[in-house]
Ligand binder design. Structure first.
Ligand SMILES: C[S@@+](CC[C@H](N)C(=O)[O-])C[C@H]1O[C@@H](n2cnc3c(N)ncnc32)[C@H](O)[C@@H]1O
Length: 193
């Protein structure tokens, strides 16, 4: 936040579950000029309480980032933070296209990832067709439990390697500036080309 938020407009896409807008508030505290949080979830009581406590100007837009009307309502921001969303998306290229529409300068993208497949750069695993499913930790819908179409974005849809992610970013108009990678989690700094 201290590096990217000061003096810039900032959006957090997928800002709510388990974090209650904490990253959006952190961006505002770091000196972002305006901050928008976006989520399909309703704002949590913890988010509303914290927004009131801070006298915060963080704007919240409830909606699906894939919906062009939501993208138009959110509008372009200099910096977009999106963490923990991409592997919950059935069409990750569409997700990245929407994030590109929201991003003026820099996308900070964090996602769970798969290790590289030896001899096969750019690999992904489509979890609904995978058996066994890797990383089936308790509570992971579509990994620890069967894929459930009715639960939509709660499912884990895709296991994405870092090389595949970099290819997807290039295909959607981003240039990767940095990648921080512990094999199972990748954080990327990407700029609009
Ligand atoms: C796994 S949580 C990650 C929360 C937080 N960003 C973090 O990194 O801990 C994914 C969040 O993205 C939201 N989300 C998932 N798909 C979305 C979509 N298509 N549009 C908007 N929000 C979405 C979920 O409701 C949830 O709040």
């Amino acid at each position: 936040m201290e590096r990217f938020a000061p003096g810039r407009s900032f959006a957090d896409v997928g800002c709510m579950w388990s974090v209650d807008g904490a990253l959006a508030f952190a961006a505002e505290a770091a000196g972002a000029t305006s901050v928008t949080g976006v989520d399909v979830m309703a704002p949590t009581p913890a988010f509303e309480t914290e927004r009131a406590r801070r006298g915060s100007g963080v704007r919240f837009v409830r909606g699906d980032v894939h919906d062009p009307a939501v993208v138009a309502e959110v509008g372009r921001h200099d910096v977009v933070w999106c963490s923990g969303l991409l592997y919950h998306a059935p069409n990750p290229l569409l997700t990245l296209e929407r994030l590109a529409q929201l991003t003026g300068e820099t996308l900070l993208l964090a996602t769970e990832a798969l290790p590289e497949v030896p001899g096969l750069r750019g690999a992904c695993v489509f979890y609904p067709g995978a058996d066994p499913r890797p990383f089936a930790a308790p509570g992971r819908v579509g990994l620890a439990s069967p894929f459930d179409a009715a639960r939509g974005y709660e499912n884990w849809w895709w296991g994405i390697t870092r090389s595949a992610l970099e290819g997807m970013l290039a295909a959607t108009g981003f240039r990767v500036a940095e990648a921080h990678d512990d094999r199972l989690h990748v954080t990327i700094v990407a700029n609009r080309q």
